[in-house]
Design a protein. Structure first.
Length: 191
């Protein structure tokens, strides 16, 4: 009972930081301004992890790895603690366990990224209908636009209704199913 409570709290805290680190990573990758309430909140909460990481971890082709690598480290550490609290034994030695945890952590970061994108697309679509002049609308539009634009070139609007968010959400659901399948196949190799 106590282990489950500790795991629940640890999962909530690690998920909070991982999601914010990923949002920071994508905002920097897509060159979205941090001069809004969401951007300022993300920077304020994650700066204590990202600033020291920038001294050690260089960027790569415009990608801010000092946001991504801490997200991977935090989530992999959470996975290690969660597996340990659940009583799983790692087979194959410590090196294979670390590689396996990093691989599962990487897949989980892709999964979190899909959920972030699903949320961004839904919020951007709702704001475009309800309040397109909202102060946060440009932020969500800037985050969703690079993923919607290729679909908008192929799928024409029907009666001025853009169906590309629906198609993107369907594609993201398929990617989530594939990620779950890969993760399920990877777990037995780790144990």
């Amino acid at each position: 009972m106590l282990a489950q409570l500790a795991l629940l709290i640890l999962e909530a805290v690690s998920d909070f930081f991982v999601i914010l680190l990923l949002v920071r990573f994508y905002m920097q990758w897509l060159r979205v301004s941090f001069r809004n309430q969401v951007g300022q909140f993300v920077v304020a909460v994650t700066d204590w992890l990202v600033r020291p990481a920038r001294r050690v971890i260089p960027g790569l082709m415009g990608l801010d790895l000092s946001s991504f690598v801490p997200a991977l480290a935090v989530h992999s550490l959470y996975l290690a603690i969660a597996f340990w609290l659940k009583g799983y034994a790692f087979g194959g030695g410590p090196l294979l366990a670390v590689i396996g945890l990093l691989a599962i952590g990487f897949l989980e970061l892709i999964r979190y990224s899909m959920y972030i994108l699903i949320g961004v697309v839904i919020v951007a679509a709702v704001l475009s209908w309800v309040n397109p002049y909202s102060p946060v609308a440009p932020l969500f539009n800037a985050l969703a636009r690079p993923f919607l634009r290729p679909l908008q070139r192929v799928i024409p609007p029907i009666a001025n209704v853009d169906l590309s968010p629906i198609v993107l959400l369907l594609v993201l659901q398929i990617v989530l199913l594939l990620l779950a399948w890969v993760r399920t196949g990877l777990l037995p190799l780790l144990m």
